[in-house]
Ligand binder design. Structure first.
Ligand SMILES: Cc1cc2nc3c(=O)[nH]c(=O)nc-3n(C[C@H](O)[C@H](O)[C@H](O)COP(=O)(O)OP(=O)(O)OC[C@H]3O[C@@H](n4cnc5c(N)ncnc54)[C@H](O)[C@@H]3O)c2cc1C
Length: 358
C-alpha cells in the first residue's frame, strides 16, 4: 500500500534528516519547525564518526560546512590534565550551520518545510499548529529537547538538576593554534564543560552545571568558571559571538522510550526517543540513526512499536554507558580517575571508543 504523507514535528537533525530521506524516497512530507530561521542549539557540537557516517550515507558532506577535524581529547581537572589521540576523527561543527543545511537539503529534495510554525498539540487524525490544523496519519515526533504538551517523556532521574549553556567565542590566533584539533573536557566541582573549535578562530564552549552551582546569571557562571586556570587561559582575549548564550534546563537525561508506551502511527525520533548524557557526544548520532531507522521501518510497513523496539536495542547500551560516565564525573573518585588517565593516557581514547553508538 502506498505511504500517505508524513508530518515531521521539529526540524533539528532528527526531523530534517528524516524529511530528507522521506522526500528522496518519493514520500510526501510536511515538516513543522517553530523557529523561523537559522538558530543556535545547546550542544558541544562534537560530531562523532557515527553521525558523519549517517550524514554521508545521505550524500551530505559536513566538511563542506567548514567543520574542523577533531582527533585528540584532553581532559583537565584543576591543575591536572591528560591527553590522548582519539581512535577516530570527529568534527567540530556549528549546529546553526549544520541543522540549517540539512533543512535546506530536505526542502531541495521536495519536503514542504514550514518555518516559524509551532506544533501545539497532537489530536485524533492530525496536528494543531500556530498556523492552523493539519490532517496527518503518520507523525514523526522530533521536537528534541522540548516536550510537546501531553507527550512528556517520563523523568530519567536527572530532570531539573542540571542547566546547560552554549556560547561561541571569537578566539585569538594563538588560542586557535593551542586548541588545535582537540576536544577539551574540563571537569569542575558541580559540572563539566567542553571546548573545541567549530570553525577557524571560533571556539564553542558548552557547559553543564548543577543548578545549585549556578550563580543565577551567565555572567556569574562565567566568573565562577574563570576560576579554573584552564578556562581562564582559553577565554583570555576571546570575544562572545552570540547576544546571549543558548541554554536549556530540566532535561530527563538517560530517558529511553519504551515500545509499550507507543501510540500507533507516532514515531519518536532523536532526543524524543532516547536522551543520552552529553559527555560522550553521541546525541547527534542517535538523532540521525533514529531518522534512518524510522524511514526504513515505515517503508517496510513496520509499526511504530516495532521501530521503537529496534531503536531501543541499538541505543540502550550507549545511553547507559554515557550515563555511567556522566555520574562518575560528579563523584569524589575523580582524583583517582585523573591519576589513572595521566598514568595511562590511551585509556581516554579507549573510553571514547567504548561509549560510541554501535
Ligand atoms: C549540553 C549538551 C551538550 C551536547 N553535546 C553534544 C555533542 O557534543 N555531540 C552530540 O552528538 N550531541 C550532543 N548533545 C546532544 C544533541 O544536541 C541532541 O541529541 C540532538 O540535538 C538531538 O537532535 P533532535 O533533532 O532530536 O533535537 P533538536 O536538535 O533539539 O531539534 C528539535 C527541533 O524541534 C523544534 N521544535 C521544538 N518544539 C517544537 C514544536 N512544538 N513545534 C515545532 N518545532 C519544534 C526545535 O526548534 C528544534 O529545531 C548535547 C546535548 C546537550 C544538552
Amino acid at each position: 500500500m502506498p505511504i500517505e504523507s508524513v508530518a515531521v514535528l521539529g526540524g533539528g537533525l532528527a526531523g530534517a534528516s528524516a524529511a530528507l530521506r522521506l522526500a528522496r524516497a518519493g514520500i510526501g512530507v510536511d515538516l513543522f519547525e517553530r523557529q523561523s530561521g537559522p538558530h543556535h542549539k545547546v550542544c558541544g557540537e562534537f560530531l562523532s564518526v557515527e553521525a558523519q557516517r549517517d550524514l554521508r550515507d545521505m550524500a551530505f558532506e559536513p566538511l563542506r560546512l567548514g567543520a574542523v577535524p577533531i582527533d585528540r581529547v584532553r581532559i583537565v581537572s584543576g591543575r591536572k590534565s591528560a591527553e590522548s589521540r582519539l581512535p577516530f576523527t570527529a568534527l567540530g561543527v556549528s549546529r546553526e550551520v549544520l541543522d540549517e543545511a540539512l533543512l535546506d537539503a530536505a526542502a531541495a529534495a521536495g519536503a514542504r518545510v514550514l518555518r516559524g510554525t509551532r506544533v501545539t498539540a497532537i489530536e485524533d487524525g492530525g496536528l494543531r499548529t500556530s498556523a492552523g490544523r493539519f490532517p496527518a496519519k503518520t507523525l514523526f515526533l522530533a521536537t528534541g529537547k522540548h516536550d510537546l504538551r501531553g507527550m512528556n517523556r517520563p523523568d530519567g532521574g536527572e530532570r531539573s538538576r542540571h542547566i546547560a549553556f552554549k556560547m561561541h567565542w571569537k578566539i585569538p590566533a594563538r588560542q586557535d593554534e593551542e586548541l588545535g584539533h582537540a576536544v577539551e573536557l574540563v571537569l569542575f566541582d558541580g559540572g563539566y564543560l567542553g571546548l573545541q573549535r567549530v570553525a577557524e578562530r571560533v571556539m564553542n564552549l558548552c557547559v553543564l552545571v548543577r543548578r545549585e552551582r549556578f550563580g543565577g546569571s551567565w555572567t556569574d557562571l562565567l566568573a565562577e568558571l574563570m576560576r579554573e586556570d584552564h578556562v581562564a587561559r582559553r577565554l583570555d582575549g576571546a570575544l562572545e559571538m552570540l547576544d546571549r548564550p543558548a541554554s536549556i534546563a530540566g532535561l530527563p537525561y538517560g530517558y529511553l522510550h519504551h515500545p509499550a508506551d507507543d501510540r500507533p502511527g507516532l514515531f519518536r525520533l532523536g532526543d524524543q526517543a532516547g536522551l543520552t548524557a552529553p559527555l560522550t557526544g553521541d546525541g547527534m548520532a542517535i538523532a540521525l540513526r533514529s531518522a534512518a531507522l524510522a524511514v526504513d521501518c515505515l517503508r517496510a510497513g513496520r509499526s511504530s512499536a516495532s521501530y521503537s523496539g529496534l531503536l531501543r536495542r541499538e541505543i540502550a547500551g550507549q545511553v547507559r554507558k554515557a550515563m555511567l560516565l556522566h555520574q562518575l564525573a560528579a563523584l569524589p573518585v575523580l582524583p583517582i580517575a585523573m591519576g589513572l588517565l595521566r598514568f595511562w593516557p590511551p585509556l581516554l581514547g579507549r573510553l571514547a571508543a567504548a561509549t560510541r553508538l554501535a
